[in-house]
Write a protein that binds this ligand. Structure first.
Ligand code: ADP
Length: 653
């Protein structure tokens, strides 16, 4: 395990802690499963010697039945310390003693053994299945439980992250983290960890059985085993490598194909059909070559491995045959030994596979941990001062701001380039010493050319970003010292890109407060001049509006957003007027709705319409991050500066 993986252990310990009882159950079940598998094997010898061959005339080699007897015979050929260890860890002998004890306690005689032992086998198998079920379920329980918790935490973190974070992490890659990476982790914990725990314990148990059934034979097999295992692993690697390359070649093909088809006009216009065809032909040849190589490997692997296995089997058989003739081994013991040997293969195969999947899951877990570890730069102060009722107003004090590259975070093991803006953002001061007062219940309009920093300034108020220097204050209190929730409760926002959810009209207006009586929702809608068109919808307030409000016109969407803000009834309002052209009628309705909304509210508006600018109590002209002029419409016109120029340009029509 690498040190970076240890970090993961540390990271997910908190999540695993909740599942300690399940982990305990899982471990007990895994141990039980392995022991019962060993017990099952230990029954093979008595099944042969007592159930099947008992009636025979003691064929050669069967004179020695229990493995204990045969162990003694071997004693001479091993030094005493090996003998000691053998006795200590003689699993087979232990199970044999258990079997004899059971037989004794049930008073089973030689005739009844024919029934007893097979039934005992069934009973052991049954318990083993129960253990398999419990271990399987408990690992699933842990896997699904942990990853559900992680997914929820991730989503909460993503929701709380700053706008800067979201600007740097494309939504697609975030969704992929929460959906795909967490699923990879879930599969790893639920299935692969189960495999690793179950199979490694089983592997150890099988090895112990193998060694205790017949030490010499076991050692010989263990020496021979790598001869078979090595080609299995090699072939496996080779096949995986070629199938990966085959996929890459296929991707090349698809790329050429779609380019050629989509660009068929250009291809024809330049007479490049032959050229394109030759490119495609070369790519298909490469694909073919890789595939054929994969087939050679795939078709070669079984014969090679089987031939090797048959050579080893032959060696084993010769040895066993000779031993049985000499009386050092019984057929029953040999069958038991062979079964154990075959049962060893499954854990090895599963462990090999689990290891591969686990690598993928580890990479995913690193990406998830990276994401969870990114600190939120917008720090909440849950115990800070709360402004209940706005008294003085809002002030921007000497605000300097740059998007900079602060908070930029590496994407962990993510694909390079993914999740980051293509080029490093240049450190640029977007706001430079901005001073602005919005007295209570007044409307301040921000005007200025595009890119002047208007949206940026407005985004500082709900703390989507924090200023680099200076402070935003509400009633004289720095908003960074307030609880975030309390701050955002004070602010209503209506922006150009109205965000509507695929839900009913009513729930979109009441957003998050479904307990509000319909009457309240209706009153807000009426004040937003939305009541009428809602009433005309097929199911009125219960009509689903489709993703993003697709079934609504721009003006209708705006009025729904206004109704939502009216219902929130926050004392401070941020308004980003729509620049998109609404038809005159809906523009008039939106205007009227906005007048209802802004009445008796402290409003900061990014103004695009002359009517708004004229009606504002105060206008600030922003240019390249500075407030260059301030005053009323009249004053600014008289000044004959930037405002006059903008006014003549934009509002003259
Ligand atoms: P306005 O609203 O006046 O059109 P903005 O506040 O949107 O201006 O933008 C001001 C400047 O900040 C522009 O130069 C813009 O490119 C830059 N900017 C806006 N948003 C980001 C962002 N998320 N990351 C980096 N730069 C940004």
């Amino acid at each position: 395990m690498k040190t970076s993986d240890l970090r993961l252990v540390h990271f997910f310990r908190g999540y695993l802690r909740r599942y300690v009882p399940w982990i305990a159950i899982a471990l007990v079940a895994v141990l039980t499963f392995a022991s019962l598998t060993a017990a099952m094997i230990s029954l093979i010898e008595p099944i042969f010697s007592e159930v099947l061959l008992a009636g025979d005339e003691q064929p050669a080699g069967l004179s020695m039945l229990g493995s204990g007897d045969e162990g003694e015979d071997e004693a001479s050929s091993w030094p005493p310390w090996v003998q000691k260890i053998k006795e200590k860890v003689n699993l087979a002998a232990l199970f044999d003693r258990g079997y004899e004890a059971l037989k004794a306690s049930f008073n089973v005689d030689a005739d009844q053994v024919v029934y007893f032992t097979p039934l005992l086998f069934v009973a052991v198998y049954l318990f083993r299945s129960v253990a398999a079920f419990i271990s399987g379920y408990s690992f699933q329980r842990i896997g699904f439980g942990v990853t559900t918790d992680i997914r929820n935490d991730l989503y909460r973190r993503l929701l709380e992250q700053s706008s800067r974070f979201h600007a740097q992490h494309p939504s697609g890659s975030l969704v992929s983290r929460v959906v795909n990476d967490v699923t990879l982790m879930q599969v790893a914990v639920s299935n692969r960890l189960l495999d690793i725990a179950q199979q490694s314990v089983t592997l150890l148990a099988m090895l112990a059985m193998l060694l205790s059934i017949h030490l010499e034979l076991a050692l010989a097999c263990l020496v021979g085993m790598p001869v078979v295992l090595y080609p299995i692993v090699r072939f496996g690697k080779g096949i995986r490598g070629t199938s990966h390359r085959s996929q890459e070649r296929m991707a090349d093909l698809a790329q050429l194909l779609s380019e050629g088809i989509r660009g068929h006009r250009v291809v024809k216009a330049f007479g490049m059909e032959d050229f394109e065809y030759r490119r495609f032909y070369a790519a298909t040849r490469r694909h073919l070559k890789v595939n054929l190589r994969a087939q050679v490997l795939a078709n070669l692997s079984s014969p090679v491995i089987e031939t090797l296995a048959s050579v080893l089997s032959a060696a084993l058989l010769i040895y066993a045959g000779l031993s049985i003739r000499e009386g050092g081994l019984s057929v029953a013991v040999f069958v038991q030994f062979l079964t154990t040997l075959l049962l060893l293969y499954d854990p090895i195969r599963k462990l090999n596979k689990a290891n591969l999947n686990l690598q993928e899951a580890l990479a995913a877990a690193h990406r998830v941990a990276d994401l969870l570890e990114i600190p939120n730069e917008i720090e909440d102060q849950p115990d800070g001062p709360v402004v209940e009722q706005l008294e003085q107003g809002v002030s921007f004090d000497d605000i300097t701001f740059s998007y900079g590259d602060r908070g930029e975070v590496a994407e962990g093991n993510g694909k390079p380039g993914e999740g980051k803006p293509a080029e490093k953002p240049v450190e640029k001061t977007v706001l430079n010493g901005v001073k602005l007062e919005i007295p209570r219940d007044r409307m301040v309009a921000l005007v200025g050319p595009s890119g002047a920093g208007k949206s940026t300034l407005v985004n500082l108020l709900p703390r989507f970003f924090d200023p680099t220097e200076g402070a935003v204050r509400i009633d004289g209190i720095d908003i960074r010292t307030m609880p975030l929730a309390a701050l955002r409760k004070l602010i209503g926002i209506v922006t150009q890109d109205t965000v509507l959810f695929d839900d009913t009209v009513r729930n979109n207006i009441a957003y998050g407060r479904e307990e509000l009586p319909l009457e309240d929702v209706r009153r807000a809608a009426a004040a937003a001049y939305a009541d009428e068109f809602i009433a005309e919808m097929p199911e009125g307030y219960d009509t689903f509006i489709g993703e993003g409000g697709l079934r609504l016109s721009g003006g209708q969407r705006q009025r729904l957003a206004i109704a939502r803000a009216l219902l929130k009834d926050a004392p401070i309002l941020i308004l980003d007027e729509a620049t998109s052209h609404l038809d005159t009628e809906s523009e008039a309705l939106v205007q009227k709705a906005l007048r209802n909304l802004t009445r008796d509210r402290t409003t900061l508006v990014i103004a695009h319409r002359l009517s708004t600018v004229v009606n504002a109590d105060h206008i600030a002209v922003l240019e390249a991050g500075r407030v260059v002029e301030q005053g009323t419409h009249r004053e600014l016109l008289a000044l004959g500066g930037t405002y006059k120029r903008l006014h003549d340009l934009q509002f003259s029509s």
